[in-house]
Ligand binder design. Sequence first.
Ligand SMILES: *Cc1c(COP(=O)(O)O)cnc(C)c1O
Length: 362
Amino acid sequence: MARVYNFSAGPSVLPESVLKKAASELVEYGTSGQSVMEMSHRSKEYGAIIEGCEALLREVMHIPDNYKVLFLQGGASSQFAMLPLNLMNGSGKADFVITGQWAKKAYDEASRYGDCNVVASSKDKTFSYIPKLDPATFTKDADYFHICLNNTIYGTRYTRLPETGNVPLVADVSSCILSEPIDVTQFGVLYAGAQKNMAPAGLTVVIIREDLIGHARDITPTMFNYQIHADNGSMYNTPPCYSIYMAKLVLEWIRDEVGGLERMKERNEKKAAILYDFLDQSKLFQGTVVKEDRSIMNVPFVTGNEALDGKFVKEAAAAGLVNLKGHRTVGGMRASIYNAMPVEGVEKLVAFMKDFEANNAE
Ligand SMILES: *Cc1c(COP(=O)(O)O)cnc(C)c1O
């Protein structure tokens, strides 16, 4: 078996030990005589899996008791609508910071339901930075304030949170959940599609403060009402059973093999530093993001020459370093170095970049 180093932005690399564990249990889970994929979601065995997954997530992320954890479907993209339907119930206003395509989509969707205000945007420079925010410009009576904590496509991340006072801060954490400790109490809602850093596609995790549940608009489809899912332990209908099982294995890996989120953060910072240190002294490659806002999960870079970028992506793939093509709106390359990317993968990438630079010098 020859596994590649997979730098895909999502769905993305999973820890090899997790895949092996899943493989060992694929046909028969425990002594159940069946695969997790075949089980009733209401069975005793499956009950232990979903409850175990929630307990682990609470333990690893230190989620306080006054927050509910919901395991949903529909992707982070469904949250763009679920949030306004459930939260825009006071003034009907919400604030948004536009730091990329996902933040913009959250804004566009919410605009269908209420009065949405763009507090700041970094569109002027292809979203290569996080705008400086002035709380004096925030909407005082907004029902929520939305940010995308890590911008998967553009490779930026917040290092300081906006001070929103009593307005609930809502964050899309699809591409940074579990990458480092996060103070859940700073947020009203955290949500993530699982396929970047947690599990295979199909699962969406919502962590929501209890007082924000139960105020959905009358028109809210039943399946889009947080209360329905909270009241039914994420079992109002069939949850994404197998992805939840995989998320449980990933959480066990983080807790038991990595040693928790502080350790995870150290590993991720180390990986990111290897790549950024190289980019900062390279004569051929440049990072596209301002230094202070650089993501430790998604690292876009360019040579400034499209043909050379294409050559790099092709030759890297041939060398077992795959999915390095950048997003079409940025061009160039992007290395997504999520939790499951080993340090050696980043070291191999940098070694390859050095060789490529030497072989393609003017
Ligand atoms: C991938 C991604 C999304 C979209 O997620 P889906 O689960 O495909 O809907 C939204 N926001 C961010 C930050 C992402 O990285």
